[in-house]
Design a binder for this molecule. Sequence first.
Ligand code: IVH
Length: 712
Amino acid sequence: MVTTSEVMQPDLFENKPADTPGGGSSETPRPLPVPSAKIQRKLEELKHAIRRHDELYYVQSRPEISDAAYDKLFRELQDLEKQYPELVTPDSPTQRVGGTPLAQFSKVTHEFPLLSLDSEMDEESVLAFDQRVLRDLDVDQVSYTAEPKYDGLSVELTYDKGIFVRGATRGDGAIGEDVTHNLRTIRALPLQLREGETYSSHLVVRGEVFMKLTDFHTLNRRLTEQGEEPFANPRNASSGTLRQLDPAITATRPLTITCYDFMSPGAGRPSTHFEAVTRLNAWGLPIPQFRRQCRSIQETLEFHREMFEQRDMLPFEIDGIVVKVDRFDWQQALGEKSRSPRWAIAFKFPPRKELTKVRQIAVSVGRTGALTPIALLDPVEIGGVTVSRASLHNVEEVARKDVRVGDTVKVERAGDVIPDVIERVPVPGEKRGPPFQPPTTCPVCQSHTIQEGPILYCTGQTVCSAQLKGSLEHFASKSALNIEGLGKKTVAQLVDKGLVKELSDLYTLHIDDLLRLEGFADKSARQLLGAIEKSKDVSFPRLLIGLGIRHVGTHIARVLAKELGSLDNLKKATEEELLQIHDIGPEIAASVTHFFQESRNLMVWQRMESLGVRVQQEASASEPHAQPLRGKIFVLTGTLKGYSRQEAKNKIEELGGRVTSSVSKQTDYVVVGEDPGSKFDSATKLGVRILDEKEFSLLSQSENLEPSSSNE
Ligand code: IVH
């Protein structure tokens, strides 16, 4: 960012007295006054006072001065900075709104993958989680920290020497978007950590950005008055606001933030999560209200009950609680799966429910050909969201619930999931319509339908445009081939115009084809073709996800890729062989082998290969481990507790990294143990990423550094 001080160097003016020839003319800028030490002190005092009042108001919720008194301080600072622009620093409270709109967000590779959480809906599953934890740790009791689960967007904040330097969205967990300019507008977020505190010179903080309910309603009212579309819920409003290219707009839409974790080398870490969060607060960062250190799982269940009762009284949306093993050494011992830790879960609240009427029952066709009956409803608000469609799942469910057009039904919404019709609610004296008739032909392609178990399928795999559209959308989606610009609308056009008749046709598209589509101009067409071209170099797990094999999601795709190493090996694998792999059950094994027995699926892949699609080289089955640290250069300094120098070196090399003895710009990570030497200072100076021992262990277990992330 270009700061004012970079634009106006003080010495530009200092050496030119006002009375030099022409100095007084209207064209020549008047020289700026040179700030005295007194002025500089005043400026610092004002900044300090404003920061303190921001923290008291936004973080501690106990303001000490009136709004008017605060505004006065703020104006005083603004006036002084206007007089002495060279003294404006990026961490000044006046710099929260600034800069010009961005053309696009730049990408940020997270220093540590941002994991998500497995969700549990009932006490039984939470008790089972506790049992797993006790068993894995081989202990009788574990303390947990329980926190509200804020319904917002997770972000990563970076503080260097206590100054907020960068903030990014979660993205796909490995790569997010740089939203620093928007995060700066959040008053609860300190641009500088509290002075006089001790923290690491490089600090990575995790938190959740959200919008308070009153702010959300005010914003929606304003948008409606301006003839703009209101946001469906506070979470969408937060996301839309944080991903605004113009920070001036963001600043008019009040977001707030809570922080729940940090990674900090050097200064060390307390031994529990609870203490770590307390420390965040001591540094001036806002932390979850109502968190609790629980001595047993029973106490977390009690916390869940209490939060559930308070839910509707809270000034913000929460959708459950998060339960985390409190001790960091135990967290580390439990480890992580591909996308979520084994030491934490989200214990969600039961969904909210409302009554409404069924206007019509429509049928949608998904990528697998499954027909899903959908109830089109009289719009009803459920927990802040207007719901006008709800899933009836399958024809057997419709029959079992006996839902008909005109019926009154109970509808429930669980977080992001599409709402469900739970049951019909009989109304005395109502005149009911005829029962729902399952369609004998596909509503999209008119092929015959067949029933398998409770589900009705369209038999027109190769001719049904709905199936093809679904497959294409899935193929191009973020977790699969990640083809930017190939969304629902474009997919629909490509299929409807007959330009794509099967997945591999994507790789035969020509610029003229795209220019015929609505909404495409030369630039956007080239961009999409570029994105398609880029997707030809695909990691094995992403390809597996993209092919849309039933039951093969992100985690299973990674497991298969890791265990089998290549598509050829996977094609040859028998059900029995697949069943030997941890995490692969009979349903998955059957689905994978059936997929590769189907010659049409093989032909689609062969055609893709002939059009240039290539699977990036993965660690092969014969190698003992994947190489998440491939190509990374490490420097070690200080004493590590869990590893000798040689062990740490071996570990890095085993995972594909290299250890060198001195820090340079080429160094990717400096691992810092106790009593680090001068390498630590060099790393700080050069801005090289610093890892403490825990972070190093986490990183060396991480799968998110695999080549799939370079696909972005
Ligand atoms: S901890 C590895 N704590 O919930 C642990 N997450 O489904 C990562 N969230 O992506 C998350 N409040 O966006 C944690 N107190 C809290 C949270 C919280 C909200 C969100 C966060 C995360 C998602 C997990």
